[in-house]
Design a protein around this ligand. Structure first.
Ligand SMILES: Cc1cc2nc3c(=O)[nH]c(=O)nc-3n(C[C@H](O)[C@H](O)[C@H](O)COP(=O)(O)OP(=O)(O)OC[C@H]3O[C@@H](n4cnc5c(N)ncnc54)[C@H](O)[C@@H]3O)c2cc1C
Length: 104
């Protein structure tokens, strides 16, 4: 396996490692990413991403691609696990978008 002496080695292809590899690669830096798992794929969970994440995705040039695979909820509700009573709600409405500029 040939190596570039300037190569940046990233260990772990999770959210952090893949994001770092993508961001560095887009800047033209040689990156080698090592991941212990034999394959990368969904493991059955959804992942919530706040507006700050979409700002980062935009900088990396992948915001549209992520949006195309995402569901944008109308609100975040916090419920009491025992009674089901609603404890708090964050509507993702125009006020939210005006403040944060990106979706949840
Ligand atoms: C059930 C659950 C739900 C979550 N939901 C959310 C959510 O909705 N929104 C949110 O923002 N965050 C969520 N998180 C947190 C989020 O998943 C973590 O903050 C994020 O994955 C951390 O990224 P990471 O790259 O640091 O680590 P990871 O994503 O854990 O990636 C680490 C990678 O390194 C690899 N690795 C480890 N050791 C080695 C080695 N020696 N050699 C090579 N590879 C190695 C692992 O296989 C793995 O792929 C959730 C976490 C869990 C467990």
């Amino acid at each position: 396996m040939s190596r570039d002496s300037n190569e940046i080695l990233i260990v772990g292809g999770g959210l952090g490692g893949l994001s770092a590899a993508l961001a560095l690669g887009r800047k033209g830096m040689p990156v080698r990413l090592l991941e212990q798992s034999e394959q990368i794929g969904a493991i059955g969970y959804g992942i919530q991403m706040g507006p700050n994440v979409f700002s980062a995705f935009a900088q990396m040039g992948v915001a549209d691609a992520v949006r195309a695979q995402s569901h944008e909820p109308s609100a975040l509700l916090m419920l009491d696990a025992y009674s089901g009573e609603q404890l708090a709600a964050v509507p993702f409405d125009e006020t939210f978008r005006a403040r944060f500029d990106e979706p949840y």
